[in-house]
Design a protein around this ligand. Structure first.
Ligand code: CA
Length: 230
């Protein structure tokens, strides 16, 4: 995986600059945007690991955008920390009720923000420690074991990540570029062909268990994981 990506949605330039400076210095890859519209396209294209979302944006309420992201099965796993100048207690409750993973009131110290980010990322890892099943495959994300009919399938780390992503996003087609972004992260330079190589390895590992047909090629578009026959 590449670096941890933080999407900063903040229209106030001074705060945006402060966040970019502190997050970059802490080793995060930072994607700064100033509107809800840019935030939406960044989330689709770059799939950040965590989102810092200002409450008051020029084009949309950050709270509403956060709710939309938490309703969408494709984005709801991304932790969101709301940034706000409001201090009223009921606002805090409204933020968390809408699905925000945390909430921080301006002005805040960079150190406090970094600590909050670590907490939501860690929580994400704990949530990910579970059993995922699809098409007869059983993935234990705690022990990193994949089995079918109790027989273990041995996978390389990249094939494991690919399969994990696919099992969580069934019946959707992903282009090579999208898979590169989500599996490898944006900071490493990898060619599109690399995706094909790992798809081939994944299918090869699944073949003895007759599960290779789960990984489907969609001509001219990319790949899809589906339990339905083509
Ligand atoms: Ca604002």
């Amino acid at each position: 995986m590449g670096n941890i990506r933080v999407l900063v949605v903040e229209d106030e330039i001074a705060i945006q600059d402060m966040l970019v400076f502190n997050l970059s210095r802490a080793g995060y890859e930072v994607l700064p945007v100033g509107s809800g519209r840019e935030a939406r396209s960044s989330i689709v294209d770059k799939y950040p690991d965590v989102v810092l979302m200002d409450w008051m944006l020029p084009d949309v309420s950050g709270l509403e955008l956060m709710r939309q992201l938490k309703r969408d099965p494709d984005t709801r796993e991304i932790p969101i920390i709301m940034l706000t100048a409001r201090v009223a207690e009921d606002d805090r409750v409204a933020g968390l009720d809408g699905g925000a993973d945390d909430y921080i009131t301006k002005p805040f110290s960079p150190r406090e923000l970094l600590a909050r980010i670590k907490v939501v990322l860690r929580r994400g890892l704990i949530v990910a420690d579970e059993i995922v099943t699809a098409g007869g495959l059983n993935m234990d994300t705690g022990s990193h074991r994949v089995t079918v009919n109790k027989k273990e399938i041995l996978l390389g780390p990249t094939e494991y990540k690919l399969l994990n992503f696919f099992m969580r996003h069934q019946d959707r087609v992903y282009s090579r570029g999208q898979l590169l972004d989500r599996i490898w992260g944006g900071t490493v330079y990898v060619e599109d062909r690399t995706v094909d190589v790992h798809i081939r390895r994944l299918r090869k590992a699944l073949t003895p268990h007759s599960c290779d047909k789960l990984v489907q090629t969609v001509r001219g578009v990319g790949y899809r994981f589906s339990c339905r026959e083509v």
